[in-house]
Design a protein around this ligand. Sequence first.
Ligand code: V47
Length: 632
Amino acid sequence: MSRTIWFQDKNLESIWGKIRSGERLSLEDGLTMFATTDVISLGKMAHAVQQERSGDAVYFVLNQKIEPTNICVLACKFCDFATKAGHPDAYEMTIQSMLDKLTPEIHEVHITGGLHPDWKWEYYLEMLRKIKRSFPNVDLKAFTAVEIDFFHKKFKLPIDEVLRQLKEAGLRTMPGGGAEVFSERVRKRLFSSKIGAKAWLEIHRTAHQMGIPTNSTILYGHIETMQERVEHLLRLRALQDETRGFLSFIPLAFQPGDTGIKPTNRFTSAIDDLKMIAVSRVMLDNFPHIKAYWVMLTEEVASVALNFGADDLDGTVGGEKIAHDAGAITPMQLTKEKIIKIIRDGGKIPVERDVYYNPLKLHTPGVVGKIPYINSVPFYHHFERRQFKVLPVTPRRMGILAQMGQLDAGLFSLVDFLSQRESLTLLPYCIATRDQVKSVLLFSNHGWRDLAGKRIGITDDTATSIRLLQVILEKKYKARAEFIRMHSGVNSYDDFDAVLLIGDDALRHRKAGLQNFELVYDLATEWYDWQKLPFVFAVWAIRSSLPVETLEELSSLIQQSLKKGELDLQGVSAMHAKRIGLTSQEATEYLEGFNYHLGEREREAIDVFGGFLNSLENPVQRPVDDGTLRQN
Ligand code: V47
């Protein structure tokens, strides 16, 4: 992020300085940004942060909204959707009518609706089970914290039991609705009988601890103040620091309809919408994704938001009623083609995703994969004026996308390169360790030999480290263990005897510790002590079928970018260290431990490791398919 911005509003300059040095933004910074008229500079800052996190990707999902009923025990003033039983507009859907709305290509079903006074608990569970059974491809994002709290009280079940049963019935993630604005003043005036901030946050905390990632929202543009907006963001940021369980933040623009809350019944202005998106992106420095929800923003504003900090458009959204009952002027559904066009027109890569933001399909050629960890930053820090578009993606997903022919080039996990070497050309750059790595760690309660027969949780990110672990266990220690894949968002490790983490997550826990695991093994150290060789985790490669000029262009871009990155390791470290909980000094030392050039020793190490891989008696056991492992 070496970009220069010329600020009209000089008050934004110090905020930009803080962003570039990885310093956290404060309440005052948030207020300064909302007060600015220099919207273009604000957008540029947010776009730079967005690019640092998401590269050129903008995500969307093929989804269907199901609002099972509009009958609701609450009567929130801002809501034109809810009604009472007996009202001519009241409706209740059967499970069959919900199934009738779905088609096999849908990936996400988003369920949320009124709090029905009479429905039984079993009906909600059956709803999830039947959808999942009839459409196995579908991931269920269901029930806001408000609904979870309602189930807890009505059916007299503890919150974690409600969530446990829903998860067992097929729930994968929770939507972010019901947060409204975390302000008691606003709550008392607009939704006094609904749960407040404390309960909303506690329910999301519980979900995160149980391995259910969630989303989050703010309802803005009614009677809230700018200070209340920023305080809302700060409370979400604090919970995310604790749990890392939020996938996205979605600012919901208030649709006035007949609610009578705003005397003029005016929609939010485009400027206010873009400011809200941009401020969210820069304040929520620990949130992976910011969503421009076109249903409430309009397609036009959502398109611009893709260059103002938003990296997600939600999806095709069939059947939305909450916003439309309140007068939303947007269509009820967008086609996949329309969404792809909006994203392409914004100069971005349309990335079709699943409910966890795993990329399933890229709707654009010429994409280069980027490992989203600090150790790859020296390659990309100066990847400027690029003819290639960049997609940050975990090593394992990068391998899957390459296999599907979706990527032109990337910093591939070694194992993926080896298995696809017929179609890829190796470039002389890599991520290799000298002795220790610090970011491929086995957290364990057992010594190596005692891990025989034990259950090891494996991060969903890894392609090569899982194999390195298997080689070390089986060939060095003669022990065989059971490997179980954990999906992203899991942060409870109680089920495992040991846990393998990689990348920034591993670095973070190396410092902070991981639950009660007492032993921490560095896999590169284990390898080095045994083989006296470096370990090559990833290599740069390009699709062999591309013209030689493309290969030359990419090689020279990597070379120039790496040269600048290596000269400026301290700058790279300063910007990224705080995010991982390291000091700049620690981050610099970490990066200095890598060798980015593929030399003789590295090639020898690849051959030796390749030999071990071929000699394994049985490959790594098939990971448990928890729905995150589909290729399409
Ligand atoms: O919780 C109610 C809001 C929310 C109005 O998690 C209104 O991915 C605007 O939460 N004007 C439901 N908003 C929608 C929601 C959502 C949408 C898209 C994606 C996700 C996600 C979540 O709609 C409610 C409430 O905050 N709402 N009335 C209104 N008049």
